[in-house]
Design a binder for this molecule. Structure first.
Ligand SMILES: *Cc1c(COP(=O)(O)O)cnc(C)c1O
Length: 436
């Protein structure tokens, strides 16, 4: 790092030192601490469109986009207007209001598998609540999840594949009891047999299968269509519900997320990220008969002081309305494919050991492989260290990638062709520089 750059990052360093004294690791969510890439996290003071500005005054093209919510980019003018209006109207009622109704009607009229929904404040909460509904509906306790899918940090989902019997899980976080962890079974992505074995062993114990239909929290692990179909067939054959966790893919890969792309009707579905346009909004929903199990209609308790926060509701609606009206999905698909295809072909021609896996406006930069990566153990061993180097080289060149080799990146409506052209140069230079 040049002396000039180091001097310019003084304020971030100082703030980080102060923050580490007051909050674990200096951050309020672990990936922000740069553990996966090393170095000191940059503190940002403002953002607009495709860029963020650090407290030290340096501007970066932002591909993290708050880890997904900002499909229109930072502070889109139409969303900004809706938020200003909301702030001038009311911040929170803790009572009935029309804004959540508008957003609920907008969503249910377009996504037919969402017959009813409930707004909550985070993806974690949405998933946790959907599982509770599934348990209540089936009178079964176990959940089947996949290694490499992330579903938030509720206890039963902080598990990894155990070493023992078919699907038995071990907790992946301290503080999660073995008892709770043992309610979750873990199968392998891209492996129909692992799912079959678990159903053979635990047929009538499994309340639901939960999956990210586009796993995007451990790199981008694009699944075969036949695999997803078989998982769903097995779930149905064994009386287990199908929950699509579309917190990252919903309203991102298409308006209707992967359910729309695949033409599959999940029993329950969870949304987050894009649904709130950058505000803390998430939702779970699906079949009416299942959602009617939720309080105050049914026996499944779930509540939230700030649920359906009116500012979030209006930011979410403005975001989704604009995404639909400008056909953001076609635009982003085209722009992102061009951007990634060109990088991939230049990596190849110049013998640079990197590769991008992309779906719609989501891309993952990783060490090159011969075969598509569909499971975490297929990720090359050197990926994390190789990515850390590219990350810092890109940062020096003015592009902010998600700060981990296992996180994906996002292209927003604000990433114009001009922005992507600059980002292209930065990323090629970064990869060349560290591959020399
Ligand atoms: C981000 C994410 C979550 C957790 O959402 P939070 O709002 O961070 O709690 C759950 N599932 C998936 C698929 C996600 O991408």
């Amino acid at each position: 790092m040049s002396e000039q750059v180091a001097a310019k990052q003084n304020l971030s360093c100082e703030l980080f030192q102060r923050a580490t004294r007051l909050t674990p690791g200096g951050v309020h969510s672990p990936v922000r601490a740069f553990k996966g890439v090393g170095g000191t996290p940059i503190f940002f003071k403002s953002a607009q469109g495709a860029t963020m500005t650090s407290v030290d005054g340096k501007e970066y093209i932002d591909f993290c986009q708050s880890f997904g919510p900002l499909i229109l980019g930072h502070r889109d003018p139409d969303v900004s207007a809706a938020v200003r209006e909301a702030v001038d109207t009311a911040w929170s009622f803790g009572a009935c209001e029309p804004y959540s109704l508008e957003l609920a009607e907008w969503i249910t009229s377009r996504l037919p598998w969402v017959e009813m929904l409930r707004f909550v404040s985070s993806g974690t909460e949405a998933v946790m609540s959907a599982l509770r509904v599934a348990r209540a509906a089936t009178s079964r306790n176990r959940i089947l999840k996949f290694e490499g899918c992330y579903h938030g940090h509720s206890d039963p989902l902080l598990v990894k594949a155990g070493s023992g019997l078919a699907g038995e899980a071990a907790s992946s976080s301290a503080g999660v009891s073995d008892q709770v962890a043992s309610d979750t079974l873990v199968a392998s992505l891209d492996d129909e047999d692992s799912v079959r074995d678990i159903f053979n062993e635990h047929a009538d114990e499994i309340a639901a299968v939960i999956l990210e239909p586009l796993p995007a929290n451990y790199g981008l692990l694009v699944q075969r269509r036949e695999f997803i179909d078989e998982v769903i067939r097995l779930a149905r054959a064994n009386g287990a519900l199908v929950i699509f966790d579309e917190v990252i893919s919903g309203f991102r890969v298409a308006l209707g997320g992967m359910a729309q792309v695949l033409g599959i009707r999940p029993d329950l579905v969870t949304y987050g990220k894009v649904i709130g346009g950058g505000f803390p909004v998430a939702a779970y929903g699906g079949r009416k008969d299942l959602m009617e199990l939720v309080a105050p209609v049914g026996p499944v308790y779930q509540a939230g002081t700030l649920s359906a926060n009116p500012v979030g509701m209006r930011a979410g609606l403005a975001t989704l309305q604009k995404a639909e009206s400008v056909n953001v999905y076609d635009q982003l698909e085209k722009r992102t494919s061009q951007f990634c295809d060109r990088l991939n072909s230049e990596f190849k021609t110049n013998g640079l050991p990197f590769q991008i896996t992309q779906t719609a406006s989501i891309f993952w930069l990783h060490s090159a492989t011969d075969q598509p990566i569909r499971r975490i153990e297929q990720i090359p061993a050197q990926n994390a260290t190789a990515f850390a180097k590219v990350f810092h080289a890109a940062l020096d060149g003015g592009a902010y990638l998600s700060p981990s080799g296992y996180e994906v990146n996002f292209v927003s409506l604000a990433h114009t062709e001009e922005v992507l052209e600059r980002a292209h140069t930065t990323l090629i230079n970064a990869v060349e520089q560290i591959s020399r």
